[in-house]
Ligand binder design. Structure first.
Ligand code: ATP
Ligand code: GLN
Length: 156
């Protein structure tokens, strides 16, 4: 099964066991994105407040008519999610589904290869450090059932 998943994964360059999905998104869409990720068993997410400039340029978000950017940069949220290679496409699909409005300024996703993951508490590295209790790859019976229940597109 792992072999099948690997074969259907796109041939990312450079090849890596882990990737960081880095998404720059509209702040008001982030709660929706993060709860959808949590429901599919993504447990590790980092967010930061950032300001950026894209095709949206200096146009502020249409939000209650209040302009909250003092300069040409627009307030965005950066979400960083490190996952194993076989989980990348599912995470990207979910982010697009939850964050897209179809209008300029929806954001962008960057895919970055990650050389290693180290859990500070235990010193674990690699797969052991990347896997999280209750995560997508957690094979314990309860979380496996939870994952199936939460996300019917989960594949073993
Ligand atoms: P522990 O079991 O020791 O708690 P953990 O894997 O749950 O380890 P934390 O120590 O809780 O990791 O993580 C600290 C912070 O690291 C989190 O608040 C989050 O910002 C970030 N983080 C953890 N895992 C990931 C990940 N896979 N992708 C992105 N950010 C992560
Ligand atoms: N891939 C991890 C797991 O399945 C989860 C990674 C994450 O939550 N970012 O346990």
């Amino acid at each position: 099964v792992i072999r099948a998943q690997t074969q259907t994964s796109p041939g990312y360059v450079p090849d890596s066991k882990f990737y960081k999905v880095e998404a720059i998104l509209r702040p008001w869409r982030v709660p929706q994105v993060s709860s959808a990720l949590l429901k599919m068993g993504i447990r590790g997410v980092t967010v930061s407040d950032v300001r950026g400039f894209g095709a949206q340029g200096g146009s502020t978000e249409r939000q209650g008519g209040s302009e909250f950017s003092e300069d040409k940069f627009v307030a965005k949220i950066k979400m960083e999610i490190v996952v194993s290679k076989d989980q990348v496409e599912a995470v990207i699909d979910k982010i697009i589904r939850e964050a897209r409005t179809g209008e300029i300024g929806d954001g962008k996703i960057f895919l970055v290869p990650v050389s290693d993951v180290i859990r500070v508490r235990t010193g674990e590295r690699g797969e052991q450090a990347e896997r999280m209790a209750g995560g997508r790859a957690d094979t314990s019976l309860i979380s496996r059932a939870n994952n199936v229940w939460k996300d019917s597109s989960f594949t073993f």
